[in-house]
Design a protein around this ligand. Sequence first.
Ligand code: XIL
Length: 390
Amino acid sequence: MSVPSVAKTDRRNFLKYIGTAAAGVAVGVAADRYSWIPSSPAILTQTTRTERVTDTITETTTKTPSCSPSLRAAAEARGLLIGSAADENSLRYAPFGTTLAREFNFLTPEWEMKWIFITQRGYEAADTLVKFASNHQMKVKGHTLIWARGFDPRLEGTRLPDYVNENTSVADFRRAIQEHIHTLVGRYRGKVYAWDVVNEAVDDIEGLRKSLFLDKLGEGFIAEAFQLAHEADPDALLIYNDYGAEGMGGKSDRVYTLVKKLVADNVPIHGVGLQMHINATGYPTAEHVAANVRRLAALGLKVNISEMDVRIRDVPGDTQQKLEVQRQVYRDIVSACVKVKGFMAATFWGFTDAHSWVDSFYGPDDPLLLDEYYKPKPAYWGVMEALLSG
Ligand code: XIL
């Protein structure tokens, strides 16, 4: 990797912090996000991470600093949901689950409820996440019934199941969507609090994004999806979710116009999610985000930040400076949102830099609230400050 990620270059402080022996164990495990259950020799010999992974990892890393009060406590004190994406695989690593339940009261399965995942792997992983949430008094946001973008090889989950393709008749396509939504939403009726019903349907330049959904069913596919979800669980909060529509501008105007029309047409839509995958070198101002949240809330919709992360790789300066900028971005945006009536939840797309989609999609970075060893970063305290702000 040409540009080393921030926390990953700053091992020395951490070693001092937790003690060399303990860090040795943690580094070995944190190195490989997907092999908590040892061991991945390729990764262990790749860098300085030569330490052995041992069974003591769980015991050792659960002694990493605890945070009091937690983000969860701070959010609950003001009646907000505070969330994180989580994948079922990471739950096998005890510190991941412990931290998730301590800091958050809202859980979004990272991809276990996406159509292709369910088709290929069934419901077991999603069931595990839903059960985990219920065991820890967390609410669940289902994500996502319709991901209305074309296949992107960088994004697992954008592929559609083989049985829906260009050659599928409109009637069969409609039937497949109906069965998918009815089955998935029906299975978790009463257990999933809110659903991202349609994700990323609005185009970056104009109109709706080109997709099989648009090709086959026309613009009405969005309203149809909401209707189907409502039939399967009349009590679930149904959300339209998108990226690049956080502040003010062309795309957020298009999202606003879309949901306004859905509301006017009595489509059962109850909320809007602003993904908030942003880069600290250029992002919508807190004022614009607040104005956008206000106009969406004025439609009677609940608004949530649904997938926040803040990239800092290209921020000038040393590690400390990057982390400080990141803290301010998190603080300013979350604090602007929580002040608006109708804002219901802030969800981050993961919480530890040990596991973020950003590394593979945008390149190595440290976009989340806790570092790869589960230690709160300045960003964590930025969000805390926002939650405690007046
Ligand atoms: C990403 C997940 O984080 C990855 O694990 C998966 O491979 C691809 O999808 N916007 C979304 C999320 O709505 O579903 C995406 O999640 C990130 C971008």
